[in-house]
Design a protein around this ligand. Structure first.
Ligand code: UDX
Ligand code: ADP
Length: 454
């Protein structure tokens, strides 16, 4: 089979690499309108950092995995087309700030009908509002060539940093289609790709609308867990309870489960906020304002948590951050990725600058993206990948990303290099507080009692 993927981003790139790896007899082509992205996929430095990705791409590239800007040819030759173009939150017009911007999806559909010469299965891989398949089908069937398209929804559940593991060993693969014979055949063809390496009981088929909605709901439920725990971390700080103890015990209830209960400075990433706002917009659109308000609160708590973190820093450091040097440990939205999209580090850095602090950003993989995110603050922020350089003369460290390397540093050396009193604000509860307090730091974890020398 000829498999085409339109959109060579965080979703399309790794997903197609694993499909090519597991299906050596299928020819997989990934196209994009961005020639630099395609050049990077064809180079030694892939455009995204993802553990294990390089090995998979090297095994398959130019064997049965191809990256190209030739979109017309890709469409012409394809039997199955995965669409994984970006669907960001709309920044203009009706639904601005909430609804998904579907212009890239619709342009892709128009390219398909322009260049297709045969019937095709079109697979929605991007996360989309429920019932997008209906609009997509209408655009595709407006063609004058009497071509037929089957729309299948196959949302991607991979998490960044573990993308290859998630793709190779997924909890489930979801495929939604129409309940007509042609629809069922299309679902079976797409399921056949995954059956090469995924156990049949993990491949779940549903109707199209359930599949589209399940992706939004899965992300909303995960984000809701994080906001729930973060909201309780604020109460812990007021009452002397310890959030890690509370969640460890609550998570032992098998109905609650232990995963995804880690308090932090807030969730980031390209999906959670975007998908919840998309869900909020859909609820408003369908006349369900109470449901919309319920889910919107998950995002409000997330913004509150980052702002609260900065307010706590300000209060602990004698109500002034002006001219103080703050080392931000981490800028990526989580460990093991260079991605900074919606990272809480962005809001935190900006709020610190608003307080006239001097900010030095330290991250092993995300400095290029950090520079772009804060480009309007040039001159006010410094960047380094060396934590020991970042803390030179600093008044405080604010740990934002749970990179393991921050746990393994020589904190006695760091203490010696910092201004006194020296502060650490651990926004991920990553560090050994008792040890750091012993060295001399005033240590402020999240959702548990501070360890100070005052
Ligand atoms: C998420 C979903 O997990 C994935 O299934 C979906 O396909 C895309 O969105 P991703 O955004 O890559 O994946 O990262 P994830 O690991 O889910 O983390 C999201 C954010 O939540 C990160 O900022 C992370 O630090 C934060 N988080 C996660 C917490 O603060 N606490 C937790 O317990 C878990
Ligand atoms: P995601 O995280 O969903 O993968 P990305 O922004 O990383 O999103 O990737 C989406 C990719 O889709 C981008 O590289 C973008 O250039 C590409 N793209 C957007 N519109 C089109 C289009 N009409 N044709 C081909 N590629 C497109």
């Amino acid at each position: 089979m000829n498999i085409l993927c339109i959109g060579a981003g965080y979703v399309g790139g790794p997903t197609m690499a694993v499909i090519a790896d597991r299906c050596p007899d299928h020819r997989v082509t990934v196209v994009d309108i961005n020639p630099e992205r395609i050049a990077a996929w064809n180079s030694d430095t892939l455009p995204i950092y993802e553990p294990g990705l390089d090995e998979v791409v090297l095994r398959c590239r130019n064997r049965n995995l191809f990256y190209s800007t030739d979109i017309p040819r890709g469409i012409k030759e394809a039997d199955v087309i995965f669409v994984s173009v970006n669907t960001p939150t709309k920044t203009f017009g009706a639904g601005a700030g909430k609804a998904a911007d579907l212009q890239y999806l619709e342009k892709t559909a128009r390219s398909i009908i322009e260049y297709a010469e045969s019937d095709k299965i079109v697979v929605e891989k991007s996360t989309l509002p429920v019932r997008t398949a209906q609009a997509l089908s209408r655009v595709l069937h407006s063609n004058s060539k009497n071509l037929h398209f089957q729309i299948v929804s196959n949302p991607e559940f991979l998490a960044e940093g573990t993308a290859i593991r998630d793709l190779e060993n997924p909890d489930r693969v979801l495929i939604g289609g129409m309940s007509s014979p042609e629809g069922e055949r299309a679902v079976d063809i797409v399921a056949g790709i995954y059956r090469r390496w995924v156990a049949p009981e993990k491949i779940i088929t549903t109707n199209l609308w359930s599949s589209e909605l399940t992706k939004l709901v899965s992300n909303a439920l995960l984000a809701q867990r994080v906001s729930s725990v973060n909201s309780i971390s604020a109460l812990c700080e007021k009452t002397g309870a310890d959030i890690d103890q509370v969640t460890a015990v609550a998570g032992r209830d098998s109905r609650i489960g232990a995963k995804f209960l880690k308090a932090g400075v807030g969730f980031g990433g390209s999906c959670f906020k975007k998908d919840i706002l998309n869900l909020v917009y859909l609820c408003e659109f369908y006349g369900l304002p109470e449901v919309a308000a319920y889910w919107e609160q998950v995002v409000h708590i997330n913004d509150y948590q980052a702002a609260r973190f900065v307010r706590n820093m300000l209060a602990a450091m004698f109500n002034t951050l002006a001219e103080k040097k703050i080392a931000l440990f981490g800028f990526a939205f989580k460990a093991d990725t260079g991605d900074t999209r919606e990272s809480p580090a962005i809001a935190i850095a900006r709020q610190l600058i608003d307080e006239h602090a001097r900010v030095t950003v330290c991250d092993p993989k995300a400095l290029d993206n950090a520079r772009k995110d804060l480009r309007d603050l040039s001159g006010k922020v410094e960047y380094t990948s060396d934590p020991y350089a970042a803390v030179e003369g600093a008044h405080a460290i604010a740990l934002i990303t749970d990179w393991k390397l921050f746990r393994d540093l020589d904190y006695a050396r760091i203490y010696a290099a910092m201004e006194k009193p020296a502060f650490i604000f651990d926004g991920r509860n990553l560090l050994d507080g008792a040890k750091l307090h012993g060295i001399g730091f005033n240590f402020y974890p999240l959702g548990k009692p501070a360890l100070t020398h005052f």
